[in-house]
Design a protein around this ligand. Structure first.
Ligand code: KIV
Ligand code: ZN
Length: 387
């Protein structure tokens, strides 16, 4: 796996994630999350949007100063003032990056009321300006997936010629399909002069629930940077979830043979911290990090995992840093799971005792959604007292 090409993981929890209504984080919380992302092996941390507020500027500057291994990136619109402010914030990082963007689709071109030529000219000027300040410049064609293909090729070529080192192709409104996401990257790599000298990035939103699939399809087609957030935090239905793309590339490395620099055992802790500081709970059945992602309640599944965990688990909980037990006791649970659970709790029950406790357990489980360890201990005590 170490010989495999590397996919750059670009985390934007602190920028696109924080833009999610209600997800605002304090300065101290941002520094904590940035430190954890750096330790986890995230290649690029998008730390904020420096011109947006004094608070954002201060957070990006401090994260830049404290950064150890990750590149620290700030976002800026397509104007010199934004770009200068961004550079001021990120310049003290060991590895700084300026990220500048503009909406290239017809809907987005209409907002600043620029025609195609005027916008192309602005892209040339702003990317050139950013590149005069910083060696590492990322340019994004916001709403790329709804931009006319010929125009997208044209502006990508301009950005590359002006010195962008990473070209990001955002699916800003979560509109694309996996095959289309791949097709766009393939087209750009084939048609745009100089495309082989830059990194193509994929930045997907989850409005139709396809962000992870679209990101992986883009990698399959040649993108080498995935932009994502912890828990998929982000505007509207969120962004591509870091934990999903990283674990997908790990679990199905046979079909998508790329490696990342992520220490996956740190995923669960980051998920919990981001949920706590953003105030966004993680849905129970969320892929990889949901409370139920490794839990089995039905008798058939419990029996299977007790005999061979691979029957119903495609990843190991410890690979994402989860140590808790994977058996949930409820009304669908069977005798095998009860025996195993009792053993964990220190009770070696004879067959007749187990049968008796099992009847009591089923009666309780019919009344209660989840039966906890304390309930089981009480059932054993009750059984002993009444026989
Ligand atoms: O979704 C998007 O287009 C963005 C850009 C600013 C990169 O977040
Ligand atoms: Zn976005």
């Amino acid at each position: 796996m170490t010989d495999q090409p590397r996919v750059i993981i670009f985390d934007t929890t602190l920028r696109d994630g924080e833009q999610s209504p209600g997800a605002t984080m304090t300065h101290a919380e941002k520094l904590e999350i940035a430190g954890l992302l750096d330790e986890m092996g995230v290649d690029v941390i998008e730390a904020g949007f420096p011109i947006a507020s004094e608070g954002d500027f201060a957070a990006v500057s401090e994260i830049a100063k404290r950064s150890k291994n990750s590149t620290i990136c700030g976002l800026s619109r397509a104007n010199f003032k934004d770009i200068d402010r961004c550079w001021e914030a990120v310049r003290s990082a060991a590895k700084p990056r300026i990220h500048t963007f503009i909406g290239t689709s017809p809907l987005h071109r209409a907002i600043p009321n620029l025609n195609m030529d005027q916008m192309a000219d602005l892209i040339h000027q702003t990317v050139t300006h950013a590149r005069n300040l910083c060696e590492d410049v990322q340019w994004s064609a916001m709403d790329a997936t709804r931009t006319e293909r010929d125009y997208l090729c044209r502006v990508v070529e301009i950005a590359i010629k002006a010195g962008a080192t990473t070209i990001n192709i955002p699916d800003t409104v979560g509109y694309t399909y996996p095959f289309e996401s791949a097709e766009i990257i393939r087209m750009l790599l084939e048609k745009v002069p100089g495309a082989d000298e830059v990194i193509f990035a994929t930045h997907c939103h989850n409005d139709l629930g396809m962000a992870t699939a679209n990101s992986l399809a883009a990698v399959e087609a040649g993108a080498r940077q995935i932009e994502c957030t912890i828990n998929g935090l982000g505007e509207r239905a969120g962004n591509t979830a870091l934990e999903e793309v990283v674990m997908a590339m790990r679990v199905r490395n046979d079909i998508l043979p790329y490696r990342t620099g992520i220490d996956t055992t740190k995923i669960m802790n980051l998920s919990r911290r981001v949920s706590a500081v953003s105030g966004f709970p993680v849905q129970f059945n969320k892929a990889v990090v949901g409370k139920n992602a490794f839990l089995h309640e039905s008798g058939i599944h419990q029996d299977g995992v007790l005999k061979n965990v691979e029957t119903f688990e495609i990843m190991k909980p410890e690979d994402i840093g989860l140590t808790a037990k994977n058996i949930a006791m409820g009304k669908h649970s069977g005798r095998a799971a009860l025996r195993s659970k009792m053993k964990d709790l220190g009770f070696e029950l004879a067959d007749n005792q187990l049968n008796d406790v099992f009847v009591r357990f089923k009666a309780l489980a019919d009344r209660k959604k989840e039966v906890y360890d304390d309930d089981l201990v009480a059932l054993v005590a009750d059984q002993a007292a009444n026989t």
